[in-house]
Each structure stands twice: as structure tokens, then as C-alpha cells.
Ligand binder design. Structure first.
Ligand code: FEO
Length: 394
């Protein structure tokens, strides 16, 4: 149990999930996560902000009892994904007088996914307020961070923004505040890479909307709370900007060393040219690490052997993922080895339709690389160096 006091009327009643190692059966969580839920005690009404994953619903209930909560008037639901809404049905069972306060889209999702009856909802709209007596909640629609219905709730008198997934981190910590643990910002970057990166332009608009508010604390629904909101807001601004770094990410797979020899050659030569290089062996890498490196790299070189006339399935998966995450990468190259032929370049390029990138000429080698092949790699490396000189110029 983890009831913590944030101020005299605001309490953390969420659950830390130390053991969770994967989310959506897709995203690795090396640092676990938390499902943050908050109780706001107004002079007249009590509100619960978001719930927790159903796996932890008994913990939420126990926290509410520990805090002595006998009545909940409002359950504010900022987002319908089940890690925040999944315990609402249980809370409604135990606090039958409560109504779920959310927007129309979120209501529809929660009827579909959680069977919450229509009569249990109080629908609000962008800019609406709700009084708890001496406290006022303001609802701000922030669609596509990261579902279409996502919204945030601002507690006006305390200047606290309850941002749900926005500005969150998959980071289990006994420390309540992010500033007490320097690793949280890395967790937040991983979270951004895996969850938010595909929505860069809408995030930009949503940050602009939030800039009108005097936010003194950001209380997300995953990971620690930001006591200095600018730390995470400025980090987001950098991640969503068009600026890229002088880096080359190399997701690679090699079956009989030929592709690996090419990768190792590129790593050594790029280091000599003062370019940061981040290779990821796709058969054993944490895809979250790869996603994080895609947040601001200028170039990605996909390295794969030809298998059954196409790229290795591990490279296909990584390429598909990259396309889905829509990083701001500027340049992509494809290198690798083959035995007798195939169409992996067209295949991989076809998988990257979402990205606006310039492609380097591929370097494909029959068998193990020989002197002429290394010359081709040298040309590719020179071109990368040349292109990187013009980064962030506009
Ligand atoms: Fe943490 Fe989109 O749910």
C-alpha cells in the first residue's frame, strides 16, 4: 500500500507495480511502472482522479480505506485505457454514489470496454469546471496523447495538473517525486519513445494549450510526480522538435557474421569520424532501448542478411516498429549480405511509408565483404558525415 500526502487535501492512492516487465504485450518495462490515482478532498465533495490497472484494484481499494474515504462523489477519468480505468467498476461497487466524470468519447470507450452503465456518467466538455467546494477542477481536452479521448485535469487552487499518460514514465519508485531520482527522466524518455512519439505534432499543440496555465506540479498517472514541471515540459519540447543529433543508430541482425563484419566496420569508422553510433543486435536487444535511440538520431542504418528472398524477420519487425513510432529521423540506409539474391531493399523501404526520410544507396554484399565492399561502406560513411554537417541548419 502506498498512500502518500501531496498536500493537505491531495493524496496519492495509486499502486506501484514493481514486477511488471511488459506492457500491452509489446513494451518492455525494465523499471516496472506505477498506476497513479489521486484523492482530492474538497470542502464539499471528494474526487478520485483516475483509477489503477485491474491487477492492482484491491490495492487502490485498500488505500481508500486506509485514508478513511467513506464517500467518493466524482471519479474523474482522464483516459479510458484499462491501466487507468480498469478499476472503476470495482470503485463504483464500493462507492455507489460516485459518478464518472469524463468526456463523451471516453464515456463511449468505457461503456464498450468496462460495461459501465450510461447512467453512471457525468459528461464534461473542454474548458468545463467542476467544484469540490473550496477546490475547482478544470478539464482540458488533449486528444491523441495518446488516444483520441485523452484529457487532463487541472486543480486550479493548487496549480496541479493531473496529466494521466502525458508526461508519465514507466518507472516504479518508492520516491514520490521525480526530482528525487535522476533516472526518472530516462524512464520518461523511454515512455515518450514507446507511447507518445507517433503523436509529435499533436503533442506540440497540447503543450501550447497547457502553456496558458500556471502549472506548479504535474501529477501523471505513471511514474513519479514532477515538482518542477519545466523539467519534463522542456524535455518534451526537445523531443518533439525537429532537431536531431549527430548519431547513427544501427539495428542489425547477422546469421553467419557477414552482415556483422559490415556493422563492426561501420561502427569503427563512424567513431573515428566523431559520430555517436548506437548498434542494437535485434536478436537480443530491448526494443525500448532502440525506440529511445530513435527519438533524436539523425540517421538509421538497417543491417540485415537476406533470408528467403527478403530481410531477416527481426529486421522486418524493427523496421515495422520504426515506421509505427514515426521518429524524426532524416536519413535511412540499408546494408547487408546475401547469398544469391532477393528484394529486401524494396521490402524494407515499403515498410517505412510513414517516414519522410532521404535514403542512402544500399550497400549489399554477396557473401562475406571484400575490399571493394569496404570501399562502398566508406562511401556511405563519407556521405553520412557530409549530410550530418547540415543538420539543424534551417
Ligand atoms: Fe497508461 Fe494509455 O494508458
Amino acid at each position: 500500500m502506498a498512500v502518500r500526502k501531496i498536500n493537505s487535501d491531495v493524496f496519492y492512492v495509486g499502486a506501484i507495480d514493481w514486477d511488471r516487465k511488459i506492457f500491452d504485450e509489446l513494451i518492455p518495462l525494465p523499471d516496472g511502472t506505477s498506476y497513479n490515482s489521486y484523492i482530492l478532498k474538497g470542502s464539499e465533495k471528494t474526487a478520485l482522479i483516475d483509477s489503477v490497472d485491474p491487477e492492482k484494484e484491491m490495492e487502490l481499494l485498500a488505500n481508500l480505506h486506509e485514508l478513511g474515504i467513506e464517500k467518493i462523489d466524482y471519479i474523474v477519468s482522464n483516459h479510458a485505457e484499462q491501466d487507468h480505468s480498469g478499476a472503476i467498476p470495482l470503485i463504483l461497487e464500493h462507492f455507489p454514489e460516485a459518478v464518472v466524470v469524463t468526456n463523451q468519447k471516453c464515456k463511449a470507450f468505457e461503456i464498450d470496454h468496462l460495461y459501465i452503465p450510461d447512467s453512471k456518467f457525468h459528461v464534461i466538455h473542454d474548458g468545463d469546471t467542476l467544484s469540490l467546494g473550496n477546490k475547482t477542477l478544470k478539464f482540458i481536452m488533449t486528444p491523441w496523447v495518446h488516444w483520441p479521448e485523452t484529457m487532463v485535469t487541472y486543480l486550479e487552487e493548487d496549480n496541479i495538473l493531473f496529466s494521466c499518460d502525458f508526461f508519465g514514465s514507466h518507472f516504479a519508485s518508492s520516491k514520490l517525486f521525480a526530482e528525487e531520482n535522476p533516472k526518472v527522466i530516462e524512464g520518461a524518455k523511454r515512455y515518450y519513445a514507446e507511447i507518445m512519439m507517433p503523436f509529435r505534432s499533436t503533442i506540440r499543440k497540447n503543450i501550447d494549450i497547457l502553456s496558458k496555465y500556471d502549472i506548479k506540479m504535474i501529477a501523471p498517472s505513471h511514474g513519479p510526480i514532477w515538482k518542477s514541471p519545466n523539467t519534463i515540459i522542456d524535455a518534451y519540447k526537445e523531443w518533439i522538435s525537429e532537431k536531431v543529433k549527430n548519431e547513427v543508430v544501427i539495428p542489425y541482425v547477422s546469421m553467419h557474421e557477414s552482415t556483422k563484419i559490415m556493422v563492426e566496420y561501420m561502427i569503427d569508422e563512424l567513431i573515428k569520424k566523431d559520430i555517436i553510433v548506437k548498434p542494437y543486435n535485434l536478436t537480443r536487444t530491448d526494443t525500448g532501448e532502440l525506440a529511445m535511440s530513435l527519438v533524436d538520431t539523425a540517421t538509421v542504418i538497417i543491417a540485415t542478411p537476406m533470408v528467403l528472398a527478403g530481410a531477416h524477420p527481426a529486421a522486418v519487425y524493427a523496421t515495422f516498429l520504426m515506421n509505427a513510432l514515426r521518429p524524426k529521423t532524416k536519413f535511412v540506409g540499408i546494408i547487408g549480405s546475401y547469398g544469391w539474391g532477393g528484394k529486401m531493399v524494396d521490402q524494407l523501404k515499403g515498410l517505412l511509408a510513414n517516414l519522410k526520410v532521404d535514403y542512402f544507396d544500399p550497400v549489399l554484399v554477396k557473401g562475406r565483404p571484400v575490399e571493394d565492399d569496404f570501399k562502398e561502406l566508406d562511401k556511405l560513411i563519407d556521405l553520412i558525415v557530409e549530410k550530418h554537417k547540415t543538420l539543424n541548419e534551417e
